[in-house]
Design a protein around this ligand. Structure first.
Ligand SMILES: [Zn+2]
Ligand SMILES: [Zn+2]
Length: 497
């Protein structure tokens, strides 16, 4: 209710430039240099303090990163992740009491191949970022996205994590750390200068074929997000990092929250937007920038000369309506301009979400792509079952057809798809599009609702990377085996009866 008032006054105050006479609300001495929200005018010094404090407070509140732990910072070159990098640098340079106590490293994923950049263009971007990373003194890795094609299947498995830490464990670890001379061992480690691996042209082509097989930009972006995350997690795992820091700002998370809902990822929201994300088990994803708006970050970066490097994404220079994600983004940005408090309300919602503690202990209960617990066993009132029913109905159009099976459990006796509003008429064997699918249970049965939609938008599943396909095969074989065993057990029981 009070928001109406905020909305009314908000835009007026927001546009007001800090005049020379206006004072900082914090120290009440210096003149204001930046207005973050209506009424919150800070001087340069207080803004810096506020910004730095927020980062430490976010990490301190969550107590997830232990002293001496190896933490990999995923830096894309954008303002938010570069700001995160500068905050970690800042935190490590503080005096002992306030000092951050983990061991940072940096990873950059070069996605130039996915967006069709020339080799030369990619080399330039990598060089620019290398200069930024070198200046931090942290070890860093530059990984071309093409490497995702060579990942092992283990990346889509949730590895057992560290045993649950007791409540006092964090404090004990800090105390122990301080006793054992906190200054030693917290140096950033040797900076490695491993040259980025050569990218083979054939690999770039396969990657482009893979992303190009998505018929919509929405699906392409989802696919890219999934591949990027797999590569990040694998890089963290193989280099011995147990935490992966992502630079998502509050604005980015508001976009993610709304677009995730539109994409049918409601069940995974807590993982996708929360402070920490433990879907991969041993490697925890953390989002320490989630309290900063894109605007605050832009101000800070400009005032304190935090370098960032522009890299084009899939939706750069596309129309607003080109994808669900892009449309949501422009919606949120417009919302931010006119009703700033609404955006933080969206984002605060994400703080309250909890992932349903489902029984996703077995690998078969997790989505093959996004590694979240499968939501496809949901009750009747879900979007998923509505989709199933409508697919079922559209297939049983002609009288006399069997009315049982949805498309992806399609028996060989029934055609799977509709050609020009009619069933294609082919029964048994040579059906038009899913003759293959009727031989073995399809890949889609291993995916969550949202990832099913993404795969459905692809012209071919066969272009998926080998690590996904072979893991799919393994899981399908296993479930087949389980099915056979179950039959055997039932028979056994019947005999006894
Ligand atoms: Zn001040
Ligand atoms: Zn999924």
């Amino acid at each position: 209710m009070c928001q109406v008032e905020e909305e009314y006054h908000g835009p007026l105050l927001r546009e007001e430039l800090p005049s020379v006479s206006r004072q900082c609300v914090k120290c009440k001495e210096a003149s204001a240099a930046v207005v973050i929200r209506a009424g919150d005018a800070y001087c340069r010094g207080c803004f810096k303090e506020y910004f730095i404090h927020k980062f430490r407070a976010m990490l301190g509140k969550n107590r997830l990163i232990f002293p001496g732990e190896k933490v990999l910072l995923a830096v894309s070159g954008g303002p938010s992740s570069c700001s995160m990098l500068s905050q970690v640098q800042e935190g490590l340079s503080q005096n002992a009491h306030k000092k951050l106590r983990f061991l940072p490293g940096i990873v950059y994923i070069d996605e130039g191949g996915a967006v069709g950049q020339s080799v030369e263009h990619r080399r330039r971007t990598v060089e620019e970022l290398r200069a930024v990373f070198r200046a931090t003194g942290f070890p860093f890795l530059m990984v071309p996205l093409e490497q995702v094609l060579d990942l092992p299947s283990s990346v889509v498995l949730s590895a057992p994590g560290a045993p649950e830490q007791e409540a006092g464990a964090y404090k004990a670890a800090v105390d122990h750390f301080l006793l054992s001379d906190g200054s030693s061992g917290v140096t950033a480690g040797q900076q490695q200068e491993t040259p980025p691996p050569e990218v083979q042209e054939a690999h770039t082509h396969s990657l482009q074929r893979l992303l190009g097989s998505a018929r919509t930009l929405t699906a392409r972006e989802e696919l890219l997000n999934i591949l990027r995350q797999h590569l990040l997690v694998h890089t963290a795992r193989s280099a011995g990092y147990s935490k992966l820091m992502l630079g998502d700002s509050c604005t980015r998370l508001a976009v993610k929250l709304l677009s995730s809902i539109s994409l049918g990822r409601g069940a995974q929201l807590a993982h996708d937007t929360g402070f920490s994300d433990s879907r991969y088990g041993d490697t925890i994803l953390v989002r320490p920038m989630r309290d900063y708006s894109a605007k605050e970050i832009a101000y800070y970066n400009r005032m304190f000369s935090v370098p960032s490097v522009f890299t084009a994404g899939l939706d750069t220079k596309t129309a607003d309506k080109s994808s669900i994600q892009h449309l949501t983004e422009s919606f949120v940005i417009k919302l931010q301009a006119d009703f700033p408090s609404t955006v933080s309300t969206i984002y605060r919602t994400s703080e309250k979400l909890q992932s349903c503690k489902g029984s996703a202990s077995a690998e078969g209960d997790r989505c093959l792509l996004c590694v979240c617990a499968l939501d496809t066993a949901a009750e009747n009132a879900s979007a998923f079952s509505a989709t199933l029913i409508s697919e079922q109905l559209s297939q049983t159009k002609s009288p006399g057809e069997s009315r049982q099976a949805p498309e992806w459990t399609a028996p060989a006796s029934q055609c799977c798809s509709i050609v020009g509003g009619e069933l294609c008429g082919n029964r048994g064997g040579g059906c038009c599009s899913s003759a293959k699918a009727s031989e073995s249970p399809p890949l889609r049965s291993l995916l969550c609702y949202s990832c099913q939609l993404t795969i459905k938008d692809m012209s071919s599943e066969e272009v998926l990377p080998q690590y996904i396909l072979s893991e799919a095969e393994r899981r399908l074989r296993r479930s087949q085996l389980r099915e056979e065993i179950r039959d055997f057990l039932l028979e056994d029981e019947a005999d006894e009866g």
